[in-house]
Design a protein around this ligand. Structure first.
Ligand code: MTE
Length: 307
């Protein structure tokens, strides 16, 4: 449940203009019975989620690192580029198109897309294929709850996602680092797994642009690049969708991309990782430590082959 929680925010914590523009969306979430705190036009939207048994109790990575050390190539390829440049992205109005193999396709405003759902806290390990990791307190909604309303048909074997394509606001899209828009995909059972969430906030506030505002995917047992940001389109498909990184370097990035300490990336060993804020590297956990919840999804598959 969301409660009012705005008193301890400072202006430095937020991007006031962006957040003010997005007031409408979160009011809609509030109207859906989850309650909402608004600290005023010069502050972030404060959000509170219901606690979840899927959250880790490990120490969280600092908010400064979570919002200042990012990968978001639409705003540049260096880790500090997204925080510096993502202010140009306008996140309101924001429409989401849902199409493909489903009985009720449609294009809706973000507020309607989220309506009726209770925000949950999900403190998850976040593991990038580059060999670093964080622990991030996300706020989000189980993706399954959002997708079921569209009534996927029996042909819906996969779910494809697309980021906004708007080079005027995402200057990195003027360079062909990747084929734009950024695309990702999941098998339908992965998408419906209770660990998979659509995140709209972190650290008790609505997402900042550099983290993928207004909503981004979080799939904690997979490498971070599966967590596509600033999503505008979701498609149910019968065949495995193309994904941005797999298309640009198929020998480096697979479709499944489950965290696996035994399968190295050509450029980075995956045996260990550096938790941002720590000195020593730590061993990487199979499925990023979420095997109990997800290992059964891959029974019978050769996980080395299906990296
Ligand atoms: N989504 C889009 N649209 N563009 C990107 O460049 N980078 C991915 C993923 N989602 C990326 C993206 C990568 S490589 C990672 S590790 C995570 O976002 C980083 O998320 P964070 O910056 O919130 O930690």
């Amino acid at each position: 449940m969301l409660i009012r929680h705005g008193g301890d925010l400072t202006e430095n914590d937020v991007t006031p203009h962006e957040v003010w523009l997005r007031r409408r969306e979160f009011l809609a979430l509030g109207a859906a019975g989850v309650g909402l705190g608004l600290a005023g036009p010069a502050s972030a939207i404060a959000l509170k989620g219901a606690p979840s048994r899927y959250s880790t109790t490990e120490p969280k990575t600092s908010k400064a690192d979570v919002t200042g050390y990012n990968n978001f190539y639409e705003f540049g390829v260096d880790k500090d580029d997204p925080a510096r440049n993502a202010g140009s992205l306008k996140t309101s109005p924001w429409t989401v198109k849902v199409d493909g193999e489903c009985a009720r396709p449609g294009t809706v405003d973000l507020a309607d897309f989220l309506r009726g759902n209770t925000l949950q806290d999900r403190i998850y390990r976040h593991r990038c294929v580059e060999g670093w990791s964080m622990v991030i307190p996300w706020l989000g909604v189980p993706l399954a709850d959002l997708l079921k309303r569209y009534q996927p048909t029996s042909k819906a074997k996969y779910v494809a996602f697309e980021t906004l394509h708007r080079p005027s606001e995402m200057p990195g899209q003027n360079r062909r680092v990747l084929e734009w828009p950024y695309r990702e995909g999941l098998r339908i059972d992965e998408a419906m797994n209770p660990l998979t969430i659509m995140a709209v906030g972190l650290y008790g506030e609505s997402l900042l642009n550099q983290n993928g505002a207004p909503m981004r995917l979080v799939v904690p047992w997979k490498y971070g690049f599966k967590g596509i940001k600033s999503i505008v389109r979701i498609s149910f498909t019968e065949s495995q969708p193309r994904t941005a990184w797999n298309q640009s370097a198929p020998h480096e990035y697979g479709f499944y991309s489950n965290v696996n300490p035994q399968v190295d990336h050509p450029r980075w060993s995956q045996a260990t990782e550096r938790r941002i804020g720590e000195f020593r590297r730590r061993p990487t956990l199979m499925f990023n430590g979420y095997g109990e919840q997800v290992a059964s999804l891959y029974r019978g598959m050769d996980l080395k082959k299906f990296y």
